[in-house]
Design a protein around this ligand. Structure first.
Ligand SMILES: [Zn+2]
Length: 170
């Protein structure tokens, strides 16, 4: 995986990464924590099925995913999720139920991000009429009990569906 070759503060190459999260410069004691990033995903139920999106972009292009994304600085999980839902599907949720969280890794341009995915559930009464075609190839409604987990882009989706079924909501 890509990491820093030089200290971003003093340009020394006497730097080390602990392999987990701490990047340190031995020359000037600069420290950078590659902390877990928070992300939020929505399990939207329509007519007994869950709305999945098929990814139009790398990583895992062509695989099934839940709508959502990274939470920005200064956002709550709910605010970040509604922003992503608005960008991706043109919808906003009035209420959402927190189901649980799942660890995940997200590789982007050679960098591995460790994420904590916060999983929410909501029923929707109408289907989105539009979606962001730069990110989404298609929208698919699938029975959560029958969805093929090998099609999932990320393992946190599987955990989310398992939590959802266990909570007996869907
Ligand atoms: Zn330094």
């Amino acid at each position: 995986m890509k990491t820093f070759k030089f200290c971003p503060s003093c340009k020394s190459d006497n730097v080390c990464f602990d392999g987990i999260k701490e990047f340190k410069c031995n020359a000037c004691s600069f420290i950078f924590f590659h902390n877990v990033a928070a992300a939020a995903a929505a399990m939207l139920e329509y007519d007994g099925k869950i709305l999945f999106i098929r990814r139009e972009r790398e990583p895992r292009k062509g695989k099934l995913d839940l709508p959502g994304g990274f939470i920005d600085p200064n956002e709550s999980a709910e605010e970040g999720l509604n922003r992503e839902l608005q960008e991706e599907l043109g919808i906003t949720l009035d209420t959402m139920k927190y189901i649980g969280s799942a660890q995940n890794t997200y590789e982007y341009k050679g960098v591995t991000y460790n994420t904590c995915d916060l999983l929410f559930y909501s029923k929707i009464e109408t289907l989105p009429t539009q979606f962001d075609k730069s990110e989404i190839a298609s929208i698919e409604l699938i029975d959560p009990h029958e969805v093929d987990k090998d099609e999932f882009a990320f393992k946190s989706t599987q955990k989310g569906i398992e939590l959802l079924i266990r909570s007996k909501i869907a």
